[in-house]
Structure formats: C-alpha cells, structure tokens
Ligand binder design. Structure first.
Ligand code: APR
Length: 231
C-alpha cells in the first residue's frame, strides 16, 4: 500500500473554467483580496464579500470536473494506494470527478457559517447578507471559507498524512500561500519523494525532486495512468 498525499490548487480547476488567483487574468487582478478574503473585509462590506462568493458559487455550479479531477478520482478508487487529497480549492469538482473524503483546508463554497455563533449549514446557491443565521437569527452569515489570517481546516490530519506519505504531489498551485506551500518541505523531511505537476514552476519548485509542466488535464491523467500501470 503506497501512501500518496496530493495537494491541489486553483490550477487543477482552471480548465473547468474556474479562475485562478495569481495568473495574469486571475481573481486577485480583479478584486483586492483584503476586501473579499479577510475577516476585516467582511466586517467592512459583507455585501461585497457575498457578491464575490455568490459569483464564484454560480461559476462552480455551472462548471464540470475536468480530466484531471476524474483521473484523481480513478486513482483514489484503486485499492493498492492510500490516496489523501488535500485541496486549497473551495469548489466541489474533485468530488464531482469521483474523489471522496477530500480535505478542503480553505473551506468550501457549498458551506455557510455564522460569523457570530459559529453555526454551519449547507449554503444556498445565493447567500443574502441580510438573511438571519438559522441558529442565532443574527444577520451575520458568511461563506464557510477560510480567509487570510484564519486557521485552515484539517491541519492535524494533514500533518499526520505528510509524515506517512511515500510520495507528495502538488498539482496546480503557485506555492505562495502557507501553510500549504510548506507541505513539500515537511513531506521531504519525512522521507517522501516529491513531484510537482503545474503549468509553470511554482515558487517552491526547487524543493521538488521532479516536475512535469503542462496543463493539468494532460499531466495528471498521464501520471495517474503510470501509477495505475505500475505493479
Ligand atoms: N494546469 C495546471 N496548472 C495550472 C493551470 C492548468 N491548466 N492553470 C494555471 N495553473 C497553475 C499556475 O501556473 C499557478 O502556479 O496553477 C497555479 C495557480 O496559482 P494560484 O492562482 O496562486 O492559486 P493557488 O496556488 O491555489 O492559491 C492558493 O491562495 O488566494 C489564496 O485561498 C486562496 O486557495 C488559494 C490560495
């Protein structure tokens, strides 16, 4: 049983039509992340934050998983390997591509959270900043997304998996945001081999044993087919 930890970023969903953040036409060229991806931005203008995530939720609902998501779903169903998928993405394309138990360390568009009482519930397609929390009734609802300055989810589980992985693969992430950008060095320190599948070298490319550059819909199925063909 080979333990493989896979970390994905926005690049794995790019060919499904969902925007990345730091490419030349990325979301952070259209919005100031301080306005839509921080608790301070939400306190200043909750309506702008809801508009931002309602647009991304609509984009996600009208998109489809691509060959990279489907290949990772195929890999995870192969019983010879223990595949842990950790994603920085908040879309559900891994799940719709056949993956299960995906660790969404930055939260998910499908979730809603009360900023006041901490209640969680399934997000409606369009969230209304004036809608009351179903628990405390205060109009403090927000998308269940981890913003800058907030603690990502599943960190204990992720550190455990990084300590056990024999292979760490990063797919479609620029390696600019911690703690995810630090996972490769943690995996290496625990003895894992490391592979980067990306359109271009990430900011932490130098820490990988190997890299394959190209679109995820080409590099990921090719890599998965190799893993599944090996004894
Ligand atoms: N195939 C493979 N890789 C791609 C593709 C593609 N078709 N298109 C873009 N990429 C690569 C880019 O080269 C880049 O390295 O995906 C990466 C996207 O990087 P970012 O836009 O920085 O996205 P990501 O790394 O996921 O950002 C991490 O930052 O803003 C926060 O919370 C947000 O989760 C996000 C985190």
């Amino acid at each position: 049983m080979t333990d493989i930890l896979i970390l994905t970023g926005a690049g794995v969903s790019a060919e499904s039509g969902l925007g990345t953040f730091r490419d030349e036409d990325g979301l952070w060229t259209q919005y100031d992340l301080n306005d839509v991806c921080t608790p301070e931005g939400f306190a200043r203008n909750p309506e702008l934050v809801h508009d931002f995530y309602n647009a991304r939720r609509d984009n996600c609902l009208n998109s489809a998983p691509n060959a990279a998501h489907e290949a990772l779903g195929r890999l995870q169903r192969d019983s010879r390997h223990k595949i842990t998928i950790v994603t920085q993405n908040v879309d559900d394309l891994h799940e719709r591509g056949g993956a299960a138990e995906v660790l969404h360390m930055h939260g998910a568009l499908s979730g809603a959270l009360c900023h006041s009482c901490g209640a969680r519930w399934p997000a409606p397609p369009v969230m209304d900043p004036l809608a009351p929390c179903p628990e405390c009734r205060l109009p403090e609802t927000r998308p269940d997304i981890v913003w800058f300055g907030e603690m990502p989810h599943y960190m204990d589980e992720i550190h455990r998996a990084l300590g056990q992985a024999s292979l760490f693969v990063a797919i479609g992430t620029s390696g600019n945001v911690y703690p995810a950008a630090g996972f490769v060095s943690e995996a290496r320190a625990a003895g894992a081999r490391t592979l980067e599948l990306n359109l271009e070298p990430s900011s932490v490319a130098g820490q990988f044993d190997a890299a394959r550059l190209g679109p995820a819909t080409r590099t990921v199925p090719a890599w998965v087919d190799e893993v599944l063909a090996a004894e």
